[in-house]
Design a binder for this molecule. Structure first.
Ligand SMILES: *[C@@H]1O[C@H](CO)[C@@H](O)[C@H](O)[C@H]1NC(C)=O
Ligand SMILES: *[C@@H]1O[C@H](CO)[C@@H](O)[C@H](O)[C@H]1NC(C)=O
Length: 405
């Protein structure tokens, strides 16, 4: 379906999110997490990892174990690390502490020997964009400076959504002047969408995927989540194919159909890649969207999300910025409940417990709340029906009233 309303709105929403969060931050401790893992439902890229105990052939599989299809296997000593950005000043009190996204980016750049490929939405790593002098911009500024220094030494390629006139482009100019190769992907012309992906492939060996934009606020002001996988050339090769697709589209007026053979993959929902993650035998595949960007063999994001929901046996926890069973950017309005319906179905048919953590802030669409209330009303302990919805306020402006479900 064509999106009639330009996705500029999305750029604007992301900027306002970052800006609002900055203001809320200055407003003291009342800032709570703006859960920024909107990536998945916004249909960007999902890294779907199934940790599946591999049962040795000498032992029969317990009847309850997941019977998952097997793809090819890889013997790289892949090390996976979950990453977070926690807004500065936020008392998070998590029982587990993860390394920061900033730290992982520095590690990746520090270890780079030959190449860094970055897929990105937009670049504002210094606070020139707000004309402020924020001490918390220094992590972003360090990233930009380090990457610019590397650009003369190793191959640095950046695929970025074509910036609008009004968007700052200083970072990209600096990187280009330093020797980076940059291609803008005109998603608006190609698909009426945006390139919302954020990932890195380093030395065809290490990868990073996460919600953080190349934005100083993503490192110190916004709650973000990411994952880095070191020493994993099999997975890096597959993510590399997705990068090459963006790279090609940076010089193309149309989306190839079908995609040439070099973009196809054998790792997908039905035949995931078998590899050790932190020495645990695991099944992994990378999905992508929109479907027109998926070469033969690639599972589209929606199928991957629906598959994860379908495979759940006891619970599903979801953390997203927005939750709407609608096409947010379409005109006329469109109801779109594929994911919503699947959640209700597994809650009912399989008695899977569903919990949603949603952000509530100044730009939350008011219509989100009746839909969330509707979902949360699917609750009846007697019938073991359990969908719980919690919204987190970022204490911005007058949004709090809306947050009461
Ligand atoms: C975090 O933990 C500290 C120390 O235990 C406690 O004083 C504080 O109230 C906690 N904050 C939150 C938001 O739970
Ligand atoms: C990656 O492998 C190299 C050796 O090939 C090793 O020195 C390094 O510690 C590994 N990195 C991680 C994060 O496991």
């Amino acid at each position: 379906m064509k999106m009639d309303v330009p996705y500029n709105q999305l750029v604007e929403v992301e900027r306002r999110r970052q800006e609002a969060n900055r203001k809320a931050q200055m407003n003291s401790w009342c800032v709570m997490a703006v859960v920024a893992v909107a990536t998945v439902l916004l249909g960007s890229m999902a890294l779907y990892i199934l940790l599946t105990p591999r049962v040795s052939s000498s032992r029969p599989a317990p009847s309850s174990s997941l019977r998952l299809p097997r793809g090819e296997s890889c013997s790289d000593p892949c090390e996976i690390v979950l990453l977070e950005s926690i807004p500065e000043g936020l008392e998070f009190n998590s029982s587990t502490a993860h390394p920061t996204i900033f730290q992982a980016w520095l590690n990746l750049m520090g270890g780079a020997r030959s190449s860094i490929d970055i897929a990105s939405f937009y670049w504002t790593l210094t606070n020139k964009d707000t004309g402020t002098d924020e001490p918390t911009a220094n992590q972003g500024e360090t990233v930009l400076k380090t990457l610019a220094e590397l650009s003369g030494k190793v191959s640095v390629r950046i695929a970025v959504n074509t910036p609008q006139e009004s968007q700052p482009q200083g970072d990209l100019t600096l990187l280009r002047d330093s020797g980076a190769d940059i291609r803008t992907v005109n998603m608006r012309a190609l698909t009426s969408g945006v390139l919302h992906t954020k990932f890195w492939v380093v030395d065809k060996r290490h990868i990073y995927i996460g919600s953080a934009n190349m934005d100083w606020r993503s490192l110190t002001q916004v709650k973000e989540l990411g994952v880095v996988v070191y020493n994993c050339s099999c997975l890096a090769a597959d993510l590399g194919k997705i990068f090459e697709a963006y790279w090609l589209l940076g010089h193309s007026q149309s989306v190839p159909s079908p995609w040439p053979d070099s973009f196809t993959t054998v790792y997908n929902k039905d035949t995931p890649l078998q590899l050790p993650l932190n020495s645990t035998p695991s099944s992994v595949y990378l999905s992508s969207s929109p479907p027109s960007f998926c070469a033969a063999g690639r599972t589209p994001d929606l199928q991957s999300i629906l598959g994860v929901i379908e495979d759940a046996e006891s619970f599903i926890y979801i953390a997203v910025m927005n939750y709407l069973p609608t096409m947010e950017f379409s005109s006329p309005k469109r109801y779109w409940a594929d994911i919503d319906t699947r959640l209700r179905r597994v809650a009912y048919e399989k008695r899977v417990k569903v919990r949603l953590l949603i952000s509530c802030w100044g730009s939350s669409k008011p219509v989100m709340f009746p839909f969330l209330r509707s979902l949360a009303s699917v609750y009846d302990p007697k019938s073991r029906l359990d969908i719980q919805v919690v919204s987190i306020s970022s204490c911005v402006a007058s949004s709090e009233l809306l947050c009461v479900l």
